[in-house]
Ligand binder design. Structure first.
Ligand SMILES: [Zn+2]
Length: 117
């Protein structure tokens, strides 16, 4: 299960960040996930919920923002939304080789309790 590996990776990042910011409990996690990651948000949330049980992020709300897959056509210099893995420019038919967005797995925000005072 691919999402379990992502949840595991995510929890390691969260624990490091929580430590850094002095959070004793994480309540909300905002994540940006690119379409190329092939993540099903519901599965990631379910995996996260289970795996977070004994961590600082137990019971935390996971908010997932999906980032569409966009590639740039070299000859036309235009950006094209890639649907169904068709990496071809609709205008000139060239192969789209440069990915503009869609590979993200970024932790955008972490909030919770703790910190100095
Ligand atoms: Zn083109």
């Amino acid at each position: 299960m691919h999402e379990a590996a992502i949840a595991d990776e995510l929890l390691q990042i969260i624990e490091a960040q929580a430590w850094e910011h002095g959070l004793t409990r994480v309540e909300r996690v905002a994540l940006r996930v690119g379409a190329m990651r092939m993540i099903v948000p519901e599965l990631l949330k379910a995996a996260f919920e289970v795996m977070a049980v004994d961590t600082v992020a137990a019971g935390a709300a996971l908010e997932i923002e999906s980032v569409p897959l966009v590639a740039r056509c070299g000859p036309c210099a235009r950006e094209v939304a890639v649907v169904d893995h068709v990496f071809l420019c609709p205008t000139c038919g060239s192969a789209l080789r440069e990915i503009v967005s869609g590979k993200e797995l970024d932790l955008m925000q972490l909030s919770g309790e703790g910190g100095p005072g």
